[in-house]
Design a protein around this ligand. Structure first.
Ligand SMILES: N=CN[C@@H](CCC(=O)O)C(=O)O
Ligand SMILES: [Zn+2]
Length: 390
């Protein structure tokens, strides 16, 4: 067993507060935290690492990414600067569809090379758990390829989400017929062990609530949990729909209604906020933070890394943006990228520095956890411990 001692621990234990332990220690047994507390009370260990007062937090959980894809969409960045909106570009056949063409054209090895570089960039800022969605294949073979690639990523714990209901592929004129295919492909992917959860994009440029319901019914029949890209550009009632399926999370939520917030609170559905997309699309409608807080909805944060609306690989920048743009407190933001991110994936074994949790943690050159959110464009990570190994 290995003891890390003499650190300032932001344990995030319990439901609020930093859970600070000054001069704290962590006893690691294999991949698990065996004991956490003041250094002076630490049990004996085979090996001791001195932290010299460094800050320690749980490993970061990036619970919403589209990390596997071909090509890039910097051309759309320019188009938006010339006045086109995200929806205009999508309606003209660009956006998600343009990444679908590039992803279909890429080999599994090419997709893995690109995704592995991105996963490494996230890990270098402290990510230890990462969710990766499909949704740029939109045919059975490419959706499977994306999910297989995600599962091959190493150095982070990966959760995969089936998002074939992301956009209508060019070979389908009828969205209902495509949704039937999306539902048909799912059992085989699930049988191959490639799917942890099922997601959909409920929006006027994507799929209707009735279509999402069919996808969720297919997930439910297999016992798979669901998540939803909900109310990003308009209020479709997606949050209520998802809550009706006890969804793990609803993500984006700029246009969610009070009824949607209430339904999420009652279902225990996590609100995943994505400041990178909000920023890049110059959205002005803020997610209803005060209402989410008041209703007691857990708030998570993620990079939403994708080549179009959120081409960021910086979870630390998301902490800062969540505070500056959404007015989250630094503590809410860090909880969003740790314990609440884990909850958005249905995981209860990580996100806090508490005995029994996974030994995934970060050591930072910082004196207080609020510094992680206050600074931007600066990475103070000095060590990342993943399953007990640094
Ligand atoms: N909004 C839908 N899906 C992604 C963007 C995908 C893309 O533009 O390629 C998101 O979460 O932001
Ligand atoms: Zn997304």
């Amino acid at each position: 067993m290995k003891l890390w001692r003499g650190g300032r621990l932001a344990t995030l234990a319990g439901d609020s507060g930093w859970g600070l332990i000054d001069d704290g220690a962590l006893l690691v047994d294999g991949g698990q935290l065996r004991w956490v507390g003041p250094s002076a009370e630490a049990p004996p260990a085979d090996e001791v690492v001195e932290l010299h007062g460094a800050l320690v937090t749980p490993g970061l959980v990036d619970c919403h990414t589209h990390l596997v894809y071909g090509g890039n969409r910097a051309n759309e960045f320019e188009q938006r600067l010339h006045g086109a909106s995200y929806a205009d570009i999508a309606k003209a056949g660009g956006g998600i569809r343009s990444t679908v063409a590039a992803t279909r054209a890429a080999t599994e090895a090419e997709l893995l090379t690109g995704a592995a570089k991105r996963a490494l960039a996230l890990a270098r800022e402290g990510v230890t758990t990462l969710e990766v969605k499909s949704g740029y294949g939109l045919d059975a073979a490419t959706e499977a390829r994306m999910l297989r690639v995600a599962r091959q990523l190493t150095g982070v714990d990966v959760r995969t989400t089936y998002l074939a209901a992301h956009a209508l592929p060019p070979e389908f004129a009828d969205a209902d017929a495509y949704i039937a295919a999306v539902c048909d492909w799912l059992p085989a992917l699930h049988a191959q062990g490639l799917v942890d959860a099922v997601d959909a994009f409920c929006e006027h440029i994507a799929f209707s609530p009735a279509q999402v319901r069919r996808v969720f019914d297919a997930a439910k029949a297999l016992g798979l949990p669901v998540k939803l890209h909900a109310e990003q550009l308009s209020d479709q009632g997606g949050a209520q729909l998802a809550a009706g399926y006890r969804a793990l999370s609803c993500d984006h939520l700029e246009f969610v209604s009070p009824a949607g917030v209430q339904a999420m609170a009652e279902a225990g559905t996590v609100a995943v906020l994505l400041p990178g997309a909000f920023y890049a699309l110059r959205e002005t409608q803020l997610p209803p933070i005060a209402a989410l807080r008041e209703a007691g909805v857990r708030i998570a944060l993620a990079t939403d890394h994708n080549p179009g609306s959120s081409p960021t690989l910086s979870p630390l920048l998301m902490l800062n943006m969540a505070c500056v743009l959404f007015r989250l407190t630094p503590e809410e933001a860090l909880r969003g990228l740790t314990v609440n991110g884990a909850r958005a994936l249905g995981l209860r074994d990580r996100g806090q520095l508490v005995a029994g949790q996974r030994a995934d943690f970060c050591v930072w050159d910082a004196g207080h956890p609020r510094e992680l959110a206050a600074c931007f464009g600066h990475n103070p990570l000095t060590e990342r411990v993943f399953q007990g190994v640094s």
